[in-house]
Design a protein around this ligand. Structure first.
Ligand code: ADP
Ligand code: MG
Length: 719
């Protein structure tokens, strides 16, 4: 190919320095290559031409051929609008411009055939089209353009500065002229043949200038496949590298701690899902590779016991274990819960949080280093440099969506120094070279659709607890408007009379902390009035309180001394008070779906029928309505996650930031799920047959993979 795709976009005819600058800033287009990868968001069918007397009042995109026969200016409240009378052989309509009027007057000619395209409005007994896409009929006919007209991503700035969709189309056309439309193939012959894919050049041409719907579909399929194929290839390679090169401690046996607990202290029969997941974890721990596993399980599915039993395996093999939770409340709760079992098993367990006193802290540090302390529970405080383990073999992160990847990697480095290990330098190759990483188990109650998880957490293995412990009643969920508050209060009173406890949660959104705090306090006051002492006791917990005060209030609620817990979302994760059976969520329209689901999971933990009441004002956006309806309809975390994903896109789901799925150029992680599966399957097969991509047929894959650049480090491992 004569033209290099790495050529800066400035060099393309018709672009120039100003436009190049805009393209760079607004669309991230620096080179020819970037431009060719600017894929249309959608296509408009322009096969049909309308006559003015055929226009309907349905506000769809239409195109009409005709002439402007007159211009007039119409004064309006602010400024004026320019109106052109547009005529064909069946009637007239109006074209309206609110901006850019001078340009229109200077450039559009009267009585010359134009083709206009846009949405029409019905106004004052006439059709009009505001800011039509307009082009001389002659030019329109000559364009390299087809029936399916691409609509490119744009920004306000671009269109204001004259880089309209049509201009981008023209630039694209120029690019195809300069390159001759020939582009290097990026998939192997085998794949092309087996999947009957069209060539790269054909695909690129037809995605930008589709000759027919059929060719467009083929082009899109091929390009989406390619994109997903290379992401999957990267993820699988990463995972393989991990398994073969990163050595872990083999926990060969299951010993006295595990067995005693299992036989004598397990308070209930494990669910099938818990058993299966434990088996998966045991298999990992028993192998030579370091475990890096994600445990997904809906709220209340019983992840804690799995965590405990995994830690017992570590202890049985002479190692320490730790469990990190995102909040102080949750850490304390885990500690108290596990302390009971540990006492029975003669295991020494410690708690380390931000509010641990310096003197206690010192003792904990010492006992960790000399190995006296076997299990450590805590918050981020665990990550501090001063916290050194004698031989940390397993680190568990609870509610991992609250932590970042950085924190996971910090835990990696808490393993014992290598000198204390048996020398096996060849196989131990991890990032800092000074320690063997502990096995890592991250737990989350934010269900991620499995396929997305696969793409996002490609470097983690995934276990899923998809079964709740027996005997759980489903939580009745309703949506109530603020004006029904009195009924809701009456309901609360009845439940309290039955001996139940109630959560009332207010939103806390960082940007508006002051207002939220006021909402919370106002709410607390009004609740205190309606539920007066001495009949009712109320706890309050929010982010501004000192940890000790929070804990005190929390403990009162856990012990049943208070009947109502008024709180912000600090209560969201993990808190377990089985007697609490009603969750009231105030301003529920302001919460995201996964947060609502988490909050609801705080109830329904005991034997009683539980309720979740979503309180909202009357004004609701469509998205809010969908969220509320979803909550009322289902309690299936995975279904909720799917809806959430549809509403928000993958961008907000934890972990997606780190993976490639966000930067997809043409594929859609949700809609193109089938192609994703296919791509993954083929990526696996290619690697299975030729793990280092050495065969001649795979050379093109190897070259493309390398040119993706970003993952060079990983490539070094394997080649
Ligand atoms: P989560 O997965 O949300 O962290 P927990 O581990 O807190 O859930 O468990 C929720 C509740 O269910 C706890 O009270 C726990 O004791 C109980 N539980 C867990 N597993 C079982 C089981 N197999 N049978 C009965 N109850 C269980
Ligand atoms: Mg939990």
């Amino acid at each position: 190919m004569s033209v290099k795709l790495q050529t800066p976009i400035d060099y393309l005819k018709g672009v120039g320095p100003n436009r190049a600058d805009l393209l760079r800033k607004e669309l991230g287009i620096h080179t020819y290559q970037d431009l060719i990868n600017l894929f249309p968001n959608r296509y408009i069918d322009r096969t049909r031409y309308y006559k003015i007397n055929q226009l309907q009042r349905n506000n769809a995109d239409v195109q009409v051929v005709g002439k402007i026969i007159a211009f007039k200016e119409v004064a309006q409240k602010r400024g004026k609008r320019l109106v052109g009378t547009f005529q064909d052989d069946t009637g007239t309509m109006e074209l309206v411009w609110f901006r850019g009027q001078k340009w229109i007057r200077d450039n559009l000619k009267l009585n010359k055939p134009y083709i206009i395209f846009g949405k029409t409005n019905w106004f004052n007994g006439k059709f009009n089209m505001p800011h039509p896409d307009i082009e001389e009929l002659e030019a329109h006919k000559q364009n390299l353009r087809s029936a399916m007209q691409p609509v490119y991503p744009s920004t306000e700035k671009l269109s204001n500065r004259g880089i309209t969709n049509r201009v981008i189309g023209k630039i694209m056309q120029q690019l195809f002229i300069e390159t001759g439309g020939r582009f290097t193939e990026t998939l192997s012959k085998n794949l092309l043949t087996e999947l009957k894919l069209i060539s790269k050049s054909e695909a690129l041409f037809n995605v930008h200038f589709p000759k027919s719907q059929e060719l467009l579909s083929k082009a899109q399929f091929r390009l989406k496949f390619e994109e997903l194929f290379y992401i999957q290839l990267q993820l699988i390679i990463k995972n393989l590298v991990h398994k073969t090169k990163i050595k872990g401690f083999p926990f060969e046996k299951v010993g006295i701690h595990f067995n005693t607990f299992f036989k004598e202290h397990l308070p209930f029969e494990l669910t099938g899902a818990q058993k299966r997941v434990l088996k998966e974890i045991r298999a990992d721990l028993g192998s030579n590779a370091q475990m890096n596993r994600l445990l997904q399980g809906d709220v209340g599915s019983g992840k804690t016991i799995v965590a405990l039993m995994s830690m017992l395996i570590a202890l049985d093999n002479g190692f320490q274990a730790c469990l990190m939770a995102p909040t102080e409340i949750l850490s304390v709760q885990h500690y108290n819960g596990l302390l009971e079992y540990c006492n029975k098993l003669n295991i020494r367990i410690g708690l380390l949080t931000g509010s641990t006193k310096t003197s206690e802290r010192k003792i904990i540090h010492e006992n960790l280093e000399n190995g006296d302390l076997q299990i450590l529970i805590g918050t981020h405080a665990l990550l501090e440099d001063k916290v050194k383990f004698k031989n940390l073999g397993l680190a568990i992160i609870d509610e991992q969506h609250r932590f970042g990847v950085a924190q996971r990697s910090k835990l990696w480095k808490k393993g014992p120094p290598q000198s204390s290990q048996k020398e096996d330098a060849k196989s131990v190759q991890q990032n800092n070279g000074t320690s063997t990483p502990p096995h890592i188990l991250v737990m989350t109650a934010t269900p991620i659709p499995r396929t997305l998880a696969m793409s996002v957490y490609g470097d983690l293995d995934i276990s899923i607890i998809d079964e709740l412990p027996p005997g759980r009643q489903s939580i009745k969920t309703v949506h109530r408007y603020d004006k029904n508050r009195l009924n809701v209060f009456k309901f609360i009173k009845d439940e309290i009379t039955k001996g139940r406890q109630i959560y009332i949660v207010y939103p806390l959104i960082q940007e508006n902390e002051k207002m939220d705090y006021k909402d919370l306090m106002d709410g607390y006051e009004s609740i205190s009035r309606d539920f007066p002492l001495p009949d009712y006791q109320i706890s309050i917990v929010h982010g501004k309180m000192k940890p000790a005060d929070k804990d005190y209030e929390m403990q009162r609620f856990i012990k049943g001394e208070t009947q109502i817990m008024v709180a912000t979302t600090v209560i969201e994760v993990g808190v377990n008070v089985p007697n609490a059976s009603v969750m009231i969520i105030e301003s529920a329209e302001r919460f995201g779906l996964s947060q609502l689901h988490q909050l609801r999971g705080r109830v329904g933990r005991g034997a009683e029928q539980s309720y979740c009441i979503l309180m909202t004002s009357h004004k609701l956006s469509n998205d809010s309505k969908t969220r509320l309806e979803t909550m009322v309809r289902t309690s299936d975390g995975f279904e909720i996650a799917e809806v959430d994903l549809r509403l928000r896109g993958p961008g907000d789901i934890m972990g997606t930031q780190q993976s490639g799925v966000l930067n997809l150029k043409i594929a859609d992680i949700i809609k193109d799920n089938d192609i994703l599966q296919l791509a993954r399957h083929h990526a696996k097969t290619v690697l299975k047959n030729d793990s280092i991509l050495a065969s001649p047929d795979n050379k093109v894959i190897l070259d493309t993979y390398k040119s993706l650049g970003k993952y060079k480090n990983i490539w070094n491992y394997i080649s």
